[in-house]
Ligand binder design. Structure first.
Ligand SMILES: [Zn+2]
Ligand SMILES: [Zn+2]
Length: 333
């Protein structure tokens, strides 16, 4: 037992150390991500589209995919994730904002229930359910998913206001790199000198090959991340909740009960709520055009499964909170 605690503390120290390093290096990761994505796009657009059939159709389609990728990246990096204490976010009226299908969401078929509040022992703020304290930002974030310091170069928290852009950015990054990998393959043979087509492009063959390889690696790595996130969204849980729910399942099982996540309204509804599209919400074109939209909730009330005001199988006081982390932090100090 003592040995297990020591190992755990050691891991905790390593985790804190990694937090500090990645927190400090965050802006550099963002700069690197912007440079790599821009170079990849430049390589693709100067070399691949002119060689494609029906360029009047394929070139605008490629531009739309790239535009979505850049805009969602811009949004996820610049939109505040929803820190507790921030002024309430209201829908904008500018060109980048899509109008909802109806102004009033009250006729929605989903029951929205006010969230229970608790005080964060780290920053002292009152926060609703699903908010968690971010150790790197040192603030509580509404519907906290995770802090993305390096990963794919976001350098900020992913929460209620930028989680949709985070997932759409990953989706368009996967689509862009997939298109590069498939459509750029014939040009790889040209770059390697395996064909009789001379390399006359402004981008050197070596740079094109590097971008192409990076594209394949990114496509596979981000695709796995994207699947994992979509799976979580379909189950109605954030990355933090996915870990907590594993523990709740064990607690409920030991008691001979089954754990039921009260935020889980079924895969279809969960996905519709996350992307906030469908009847009484925003039009589906907001998934293929890079508009900004509001999340379905302000973070202080949540759609619940019929008849459930809290998770089934977990008693009052058994819920995991960030205080568990804090207790461990104090022990480590
Ligand atoms: Zn806090
Ligand atoms: Zn954070």
């Amino acid at each position: 037992m003592i040995c297990a605690r020591r190992v755990f503390r050691c891991f905790r120290r390593l985790e804190r150390f990694a937090d500090r390093i990645t927190g400090a290096a965050g802006p550099w990761f963002v700069a690197l991500a912007i440079i790599l994505i821009s170079l990849g796009s430049l390589s693709f657009f100067t070399i691949v589209p002119p060689t494609l059939p029906f360029p009047w159709l394929t070139t605008p389609a490629c531009i739309l995919v790239a535009l979505n990728m850049f805009m969602h990246y811009y949004y996820v990096c610049t939109i505040s994730p929803g820190f507790i204490g921030d002024p309430p976010v209201l829908p904008g009226s500018g060109l980048l904002w899509a109008p909802p299908l109806r102004r009033q969401f009250s006729s929605s078929s989903v029951e929205i229930v006010k969230a229970r509040m608790s005080r964060c022992r780290k920053c002292g703020e009152m926060r609703p359910e699903r908010a968690h304290h971010c150790r790197i930002c040192n603030k509580c974030v509404l519907k906290f998913d995770h802090h993305c310091p390096c990963g794919i170069g976001i350098n900020q928290c992913v929460g209620i206001h930028n989680e949709r852009h985070f997932v759409l950015f990953m989706a368009y990054l996967v689509l862009s790199t997939f298109l590069f990998s498939v459509l750029g393959l014939p040009r790889v043979f040209d770059a390697l000198g395996m064909t009789f087509v001379p390399w006359t492009h402004a981008i050197p063959a070596f740079c094109f090959l590097m971008s192409y390889m990076l594209s394949i690696v990114l496509c596979l790595a981000v695709f796995i991340m994207l699947l994992w996130h979509i799976w979580g969204i379909a189950k109605g849980e954030t990355s933090v909740e996915a870990q907590d729910h594993e523990i709740y399942r064990k607690i409920a099982k030991d008691r001979g009960e089954a754990f039921v996540n009260s935020y889980d309204l079924g895969k279809r509804k969960n996905l519709a709520l996350f992307f906030n599209v469908g009847r009484h919400r925003y039009p589906p074109y907001t998934l293929i055009l890079p508009f900004r939209i509001m999340p379905y909730s302000d973070g202080f009330s949540w759609a619940r499964r019929d008849g459930l005001q809290r998770h089934h199988g977990v008693r009052e006081g058994e819920e995991l909170t960030d205080e568990f982390d804090e207790d461990e932090d104090e022990e480590i100090r």
